[in-house]
Design a protein around this ligand. Structure first.
Ligand SMILES: *[C@@H]1O[C@H](CO)[C@@H](O)[C@H](O)[C@H]1NC(C)=O
Ligand SMILES: *[C@@H]1O[C@H](CO)[C@@H](O)[C@H](O)[C@H]1NC(C)=O
Length: 316
């Protein structure tokens, strides 16, 4: 018993010593594009913290007009001022967007469409993870409601503008958590069975499926879509789970910073000549493998129709 304990301690010690190397390894994948974005318009959802904030900052640094779409406008304003100060770009704007409320999503889109002539980059970044069972304003289970349906509606409402502004790109921040996800049409809202961790994975699988389905539908339009696994990143995503917080703290040294986590989103938004990879899933700035379910076109189409149905959108 004691031997085992000592062995374990040795292992942990070695792991700790090796941390800088491990960290470097985990952090690889850097957006090397030098593209500048003067005159371009971008929206980043959930931009007031973590990966979203770093993504928005880099887009602003490259000269884009960046909309921070945040639930908490006050926090968003503070972040906008910070980004303006760091980048010298004053065109960083905050708009209210609560993805757990379709009325708010529609209001956001309506105002944006009236205000802006173009939209070149949409980064569907906001997300919830492992929250206790709860519902959105429209009665959807929170994970599928925010991570999937909310962004589905947003993308849908902005799609014409994206097409008019082509070449334009849509980036969906998903996760390798999708590998554990299953789309269970009889339990889409967790009404029969609910586990907060799995609900997160299901919603992330929905993101990957949708990116593929959307990419298929957008072929030839000049709009391309990508889904992204940002890596294991220090962020507020773990706010609902004490266990996750604890794990994150223990392993914090091995975990990407938000700035490193933003690299793959940036790569997909910026890298030249990516159009041929429309619909693919990226990790560490490279195309990566997705689960069998995530490649299943039948499921993707059915989920598309069900989502339209739930949101009261015409099924085409
Ligand atoms: C992103 O994910 C949302 C929700 O799953 C989906 O509705 C939307 O079409 C996706 N967009 C892209 C570009 O994949
Ligand atoms: C896709 O999913 C459906 C329903 O789960 C299944 O019947 C079908 O065999 C799957 N197709 C592929 C190619 O895996």
């Amino acid at each position: 018993m004691l031997g085992l304990l000592i062995l374990l301690l040795c292992f942990l010690f070695l792991l700790y010593m090796a941390a800088p190397q491990v960290r470097k390894m985990l952090a690889f994948g850097v957006c090397t594009s030098t593209v500048q974005l003067p005159g371009k318009v971008a929206i980043v959802t959930g931009a007031n913290t973590g990966i979203g904030k770093e993504t928005a900052k880099e887009l602003a640094r490259r000269g884009a007009r960046v909309y921070l779409a945040c639930r908490d406008v006050q926090k968003g304003e503070a972040v906008a001022r910070e980004i303006q100060a760091v980048t010298g770009n004053q065109q960083v704007l905050v708009r209210k967007l609560d993805l757990a409320d379709t009325k708010c999503i529609r209001a956001f889109a309506k105002d944006f469409l009236e205000e802006e002539k173009h939209l070149h980059i949409l980064i569907n970044n906001a997300g919830v993870m492992m929250c206790p069972y709860s519902k959105t304003a429209d009665g959807f289970e929170m994970h599928i409601g925010v991570n999937h349906l909310g962004h589905f509606l947003l993308t849908h409402l902005l799609l014409e503008k994206l097409k008019e502004s082509a070449p334009s790109r849509i980036i969906n921040v998903s996760s390798s958590g999708h590998l554990l996800g299953r789309i269970q049409f009889h339990n889409l809202q967790g009404e029969k069975f609910y586990h907060s961790g799995l609900a997160y994975c299901h919603s992330k699988l929905a993101n990957v499926l949708f990116t593929r389905e959307l990419a298929r539908r957008l072929q030839g339009s000049g709009v391309t879509a990508y889904s992204v696994h940002p890596g294991t990143v220090h962020s507020q995503l773990t706010r609902h789970s004490a266990l996750m917080k604890c794990m994150w703290w223990l392993f914090s040294y091995f975990i990407k910073t938000p700035q490193q986590g933003a690299q793959t989103s940036l790569h997909c938004a910026l890298a030249e000549g990516l159009e041929a990879l429309n619909g693919n899933h990226f990790s560490d700035c490279q195309v990566t493998w997705v689960s069998g379910q995530a490649r299943n076109e039948t499921i993707a189409r059915r989920l598309w129709d069900v989502s339209c149905d739930l949101l009261g959108l015409p099924v085409d």
